[in-house]
Design a protein around this ligand. Structure first.
Ligand SMILES: Cc1ncc(COP(=O)(O)O)c(C=O)c1O
Length: 394
């Protein structure tokens, strides 16, 4: 029997590796969440989150929930049943957010996108231009579609909305881009931002965020939807979260403080640069494997390839899940699976959060072994290509 030895490499696109510093910060006795010390921790942490999301006019609140909770909150607070939203179909996660909207009685206009490509802002523009009665209440877009490893053009979509003078709210999910690459809530005119703890913030799952700008906050006052756990109104006073519906995620706040310290010490822009560097190295490796009919980067628009994960498409006739299972069972490297229509077609390499060059190179080397074991054609030497990319960006 083989038993796992040595470090297991966790390369999922979320949850991600939790640094010891965060784990240690969380490993402390709980406290009274109404006591001044915790209230001060809550206030300063949520204030610091504004810096990550680049908002001054918005405010950030959090819930004890996974990211799905923030999706529910966005719908429950901002819409009344029967209202319409436009959702570009970027993949599995956009579909799930759209289904949340449907579950709350909203009408969803799903905007088809071209497979393996980023959303075309002009296609969003055409859908909005066709909405002569301005019935579309919001555009809901995922910045980083975790199912595909494709990023979407947040600023450009806002520019189109402005050009058309369409009054829809703009809701953006940053769950797998938060603290991994740039997001500018105010500058890009985003009214509501969704975030989660378990990806770029390097925390366990269980803390969901929403950043709400004054316009979204105002809309939330008069909508008619069932809301209780997610109801913002009792939670917020004067642009500040003053309570939770129930017990807050106390230990997560301890971890969040450590995570924010780590990000601040590295520098947010340096965190982004590290993600870009590791992402570029990953893609150099996959491109090398692809020579002669091997695996490919799923995203066909290099400038929209995600900095937080890479979806790798195996050649037709091969099963990505076989590669993934071998990587896990023989080499101790955990990868993300392909979701729904991409199941068996792609495996996903997460390269976000607490990650460095040797962790990435080790994982890529093991994946190359798994490709060989699974008899997936590929050019050998992908790790060398990744190292070249790292040398070039040193
Ligand atoms: C882009 C995106 N949105 C939403 C979610 C849902 O978050 P959660 O699984 O924390 O509920 C995920 C989860 O991976 C995601 O990647």
């Amino acid at each position: 029997m083989t038993v796992p030895r040595g470090w297991q490499f966790f390369m999922h696109p979320g949850p991600t590796n939790i640094p010891h510093r965060v784990l240690q910060a969380m490993a402390r006795p709980t406290v009274d969440f109404t006591a001044p010390a915790f209230v001060a921790l809550r206030d300063r942490s949520l204030e610091r989150m504004k810096g990550i999301l680049k908002t001054r006019v918005g405010f950030v609140i959090t819930y004890a929930a996974s990211g799905n909770g923030a999706w529910d909150a966005s719908i429950a607070n901002l819409f009344s049943p029967g209202e319409k939203v436009l959702v570009p179909q970027t993949g599995f996660f956009a579909d799930r957010w759209a289904n949340t909207a449907r579950a709350y009685g909203l009408e969803v206009e799903a905007l088809p996108t071209t497979e393996r490509r980023s959303v075309d802002p002009e296609a969003v523009g055409r859908a909005l231009a066709a909405d002569a009665k301005k019935q579309i209440k919001a555009v809901m877009l995922i910045q980083n579609e975790t199912a595909t490893g494709i990023r979407h053009p947040i600023a450009e979509v806002r520019a189109v909305m402005n050009r058309l003078g369409h009054p829809a709210l703009y809701l953006v999910d940053t769950i797998s881009s938060l603290a991994s690459y740039d997001f500018r809530m105010d500058e890009w005119g985003v009214d509501l931002t969704i975030g989660g703890s378990q990806k770029g913030l390097m925390l366990p799952p269980g803390m969901a965020f929403t950043a709400i700008n004054p316009r979204a906050w105002e809309v939330a006052q008069s909508t008619r939807n069932t809301r209780k756990y997610w109801d913002w109104r009792p939670m917020i006073e004067n642009g500040r979260q003053v309570q939770f519906c129930g017990t807050p995620p106390i230990s997560h706040f301890f971890g969040l403080e450590a995570s924010l310290d780590m990000i601040e010490e590295e520098g947010l822009e340096n965190v982004f640069a590290r993600h870009r560097r590791l992402a570029d190295a990953t893609r150099a490796c996959v491109r090398h494997w692809g020579k002669g009919g091997g695996p490919e980067v799923y995203c066909l628009d290099p400038e929209f390839a995600s900095d937080s994960l890479t979806a790798v498409m195996v050649p037709a006739g091969h099963d990505a899940d076989v590669v993934r299972t071998i990587a896990q069972d023989r080499y101790g490297v955990a990868l993300g699976r392909g979701l729904t229509t991409l199941q068996g077609r792609v495996f996903r390499i997460g390269h976000m959060g607490d990650l460095n060059e040797p962790m990435l190179l080790g994982a890529l080397g093991a994946i190359e072994l798994a490709l060989a074991d699974a008899k997936v054609p590929h050019a050998r030497g992908g790790v060398e290509a990744a190292m070249d990319a790292l040398r070039a960006s040193a």
